[in-house]
Write a protein that binds this ligand. Structure first.
Ligand SMILES: Nc1ncnc2c1ncn2[C@@H]1O[C@H](COP(=O)(O)OP(=O)(O)OP(=O)(O)O)[C@@H](O)[C@H]1O
Ligand SMILES: [Mg+2]
Length: 355
C-alpha cells in the first residue's frame, strides 16, 4: 500500500477516530483523547422523523417509549443496518466533539473508522458513506482486531504470533497477528447481544417470565459468568409473568445465568480453538508463551478467560479497560500516522495481501 496518504496531516488538523460499535460508539480526537463514549442508540419520533435523543439519553428510552417514539440501534452484528440513522448518530457525535473542543471554524475532519473483519464491500461502503455524509472530509478504515491489538500494545510487528479476541455487542473477532498483519481470523455473531437474548430465552423457558433487553443486560453484568465462581452471586430480576401478565420479581443466582450463557460461550471458545488449530505451528508455539488477549465489553463476563484457557490450554488475559481497547488503538494510530498509517485502507483500495 502506498504511504504518505496522510502527508497532509499536520499538527493543526483536528482529525478523529471512531469506534462505531454495535453497542457503543467512541470518538477519539487527535491531540485530545477520547471525547465521546456513548451507546449506539438513537431515539426517533416516527410521526415527524425527528431525532429526539442520541447515545446515553436514547438508551434510557429503550423499551419505555410511547408508540410513536422508537429507540433504535442502527448497527447490528457490527455492521450498519440502518444507514440514515447511523449517519444521523455520527453527525450528532461529530458535531458534539466539534462544539466541546471549540473547533467551530475548523475544516471538516479526516476520520478513521474501525470496521469488523469479514465485512462485505457493500458494508464497508455503508460505513464510509455514512461517515462522509455526517461531515467527514475523508474516511479511512481500519480492521478492528488490528486496532485492538495496537490498543492492547501487543508486539504486532514481531515475527511471533499474538492473538487478540475482541468480543463486542454484535460480533466476536478472533485474529492471529504477526509481522504487522492478520495471519488468520474468524468472526462470529456470538457476542454481548446474543448473551442478553440467551438470558431472555432462559428466563422465559425456566421461570415463565418476560424480560426486557436492558434488564437482561443488567443481569448479565451483575451475575454473569463463564465457569463456576468461588462465591455465590444473586440478583433480583424484574419482569412480566407470562401466565398472569403481571409484574413479578424473583431472585436468580450466578448458576442460573451461567446455564443460560453456557451454549453461546462454549461456541465462542470452540471458535477460538478452531482458529488456533488452523494457525501455523511456529506461531502456535509463540502464542503458548505470549498468550491470548481479550478485549471488548463482552470479555468482561466473569471468568471468560478461564473458559478460553480450559479450551485452548493457552494463557489468557483480559486487556485493562476492554471497552476502550479499540478506540485507544485507533488513537495511537492517529497520533503516530507517520509510522502506523499502513493499517489504514481507503475507499476502493484492495486490502494488503494476507500471508
Ligand atoms: N461487565 C460486563 N460484563 C459482561 N458484559 C459486559 C460488561 N460490560 C459491558 N458488557 C457488554 O459488552 C458489550 C459491549 O461491548 P463493546 O462496547 O466492546 O461492543 P461494540 O464495540 O459496541 O460492539 P461490536 O464491536 O460488536 O460492534 C455489550 O453487549 C455489553 O452488555
Ligand atoms: Mg467493538
Amino acid at each position: 500500500m502506498t504511504t504518505n496518504m496522510f502527508k497532509l496531516f499536520n499538527a493543526f488538523s483536528k482529525d478523529i477516530g471512531i469506534d462505531l460499535g454495535t453497542a457503543n460508539t467512541l470518538v477519539y480526537v487527535r491531540g485530545r483523547g477520547i471525547m465521546i463514549n456513548e451507546p449506539s442508540v438513537v431515539a426517533i419520533n416516527q410521526k415527524t422523523g425527528q431525532v429526539l435523543a442520541v447515545g446515553t439519553e436514547a438508551k434510557k428510552m429503550i423499551g419505555r417509549t410511547p408508540d410513536h417514539i422508537v429507540a433504535t440501534r442502527p448497527l447490528q452484528g457490527g455492521v450498519v443496518s440502518d444507514f440514515e440513522i447511523t449517519q444521523q448518530m455520527l453527525k450528532y457525535f461529530i458535531d458534539k466533539v466539534y462544539k466541546e473542543a471549540g473547533f467551530k471554524f475548523m475544516a471538516r475532519p479526516r476520520v478513521i473508522v474501525g470496521v469488523p473483519i469479514d465485512v462485505t464491500e457493500v458494508e464497508r461502503r455503508a460505513v464510509e458513506d455514512a461517515t462522509r455524509n455526517a461531515g467527514a472530509r475523508e474516511v479511512f478504515l481500519i480492521e478492528e482486531p488490528m486496532a485492538a491489538a495496537v490498543g492492547a500494545r501487543l508486539p504486532i510487528y514481531e515475527a511471533s504470533g499474538s492473538v487478540i479476541i475482541d468480543i463486542g455487542g454484535g460480533t466476536s473477532e478472533v485474529a492471529v497477528i504477526s509481522l504487522g498483519g492478520i495471519v488468520i481470523s474468524k468472526s462470529l455473531r456470538i457476542a454481548g447481544d446474543r448473551l442478553n437474548q440467551d438470558i431472555i430465552r432462559y428466563t422465559r423457558d425456566n421461570f415463565n417470565m418476560l424480560l426486557g433487553e436492558r434488564t437482561a443486560e443488567e443481569i448479565k453484568i451483575s451475575v454473569g459468568s463463564a465457569v463456576e465462581l468461588s462465591e455465590r452471586l444473586d440478583v433480583v430480576m424484574r419482569g412480566r409473568d407470562l401466565v398472569s401478565g403481571l409484574p413479578r420479581e424473583i431472585v436468580v443466582y450466578d448458576h442460573h445465568i451461567r446455564e443460560a450463557l453456557a451454549r453461546s460461550l462454549r461456541l465462542l471458545a470452540a471458535a477460538v480453538r478452531d482458529t488456533l488449530e488452523q494457525t501455523p505451528p511456529e506461531l502456535v508455539a509463540d502464542i503458548m508463551q505470549r498468550g491470548i488477549t481479550l478485549s471488548g465489553g463482552g470479555s468482561m463476563i466473569r471468568e471468560l478467560a478461564s473458559l478460553i484457557h480450559q479450551e485452548t490450554k493457552m494463557p489468557v488475559r483480559v486487556d485493562d479497560d476492554p471497552l476502550t481497547t479499540v478506540i485507544r488503538g485507533i488513537g495511537i494510530i492517529l497520533e503516530n500516522l507517520d509510522n502506523l498509517q499502513e493499517f489504514l485502507t481507503t475507499p476502493g483500495r484492495q486490502d494488503p495481501p494476507r500471508i
